[in-house]
Design a binder for this molecule. Sequence first.
Ligand SMILES: NC(=O)c1ccc[n+]([C@@H]2O[C@H](COP(=O)([O-])OP(=O)(O)OC[C@H]3O[C@@H](n4cnc5c(N)ncnc54)[C@H](O)[C@@H]3O)[C@@H](O)[C@H]2O)c1
Length: 257
Amino acid sequence: MTQQQTGLLSGKVALITGASSGIGAAAARVFAREGASVVLFARREKELASIVDELKGDGHKAAYVVGDVVQPDDVARAVRFAVEQFGALHAAFNNAGYGVGRTPLHLMDDSVYDQIMDTNVRGVWNCLRQEITVMLEHGGGSIVNTSSVGGLVATPVAAPYVTSKHAVIGLTKAAAAEYGSQGIRVNAVAPGTTRSEMVAQWFDQNPGVEEMLHQLTPQPRTAEPEEIAEAAAWLCSDRASFVTGAVLPVDGGFTIL
Ligand SMILES: NC(=O)c1ccc[n+]([C@@H]2O[C@H](COP(=O)([O-])OP(=O)(O)OC[C@H]3O[C@@H](n4cnc5c(N)ncnc54)[C@H](O)[C@@H]3O)[C@@H](O)[C@H]2O)c1
């Protein structure tokens, strides 16, 4: 799907976490196409370097930082880098996340719960704290967190993931309530099933699950990562200037049934 450039994010500096693949990589391309200078953050250097090379080759301003959202120092380094490299931080897409499912709650290993909550909740927490700190110094900004349809409704055998994505919505609303008067908007996207590495693995290991999900979705298909990235770009942009604390499902109608 090719979209026309509209300059939605012209002049903005944006940090995107989980940018080495899937929705985050798509967001790096969409945000750059819309005029943002982008800082990509994730753990896999090779993938980040390749996307940044591609973006620079297309004439965009892009750079990357290797790090883990669970580590506050890594996140602080990425935020500092964005400001040093491009002069400010106007937008952030806190998208890094992780989830495994298919295990009943009472059989789920505690370490799985810890890993999912660490990445999805503490990761967003770490990002919000650092981003808000610099946005307050620079007169405001816009932040989008990646939740999930699992943050709005429960899906079976994925209790830690569902818990973590509900918490992302709580953090989004809490931050939006606190910083709205200081020029910072905080919203969330709630993707439905979206083509990505994580989901490809899940579909491979669970034949039939993709078709089952399509049957439960008014638009009966799997989303492309760009479709989620487009929603995040709009929420980050000034065209969403009176939208804060919102959770935007990008799910083909999955959560309306
Ligand atoms: N694909 C879907 O169906 C779907 C649906 C709803 C929500 N989501 C959410 O979308 C987000 C992106 O996932 P995706 O589908 O693109 O999958 P993905 O696995 O392709 O991408 C996840 C990204 O996050 C990065 N990441 C994971 N843990 C990290 C950490 N500790 N520090 C830094 N980076 C880390 C990964 O390296 C990768 O770049 C996640 O938050 C996921 O929970 C995905």
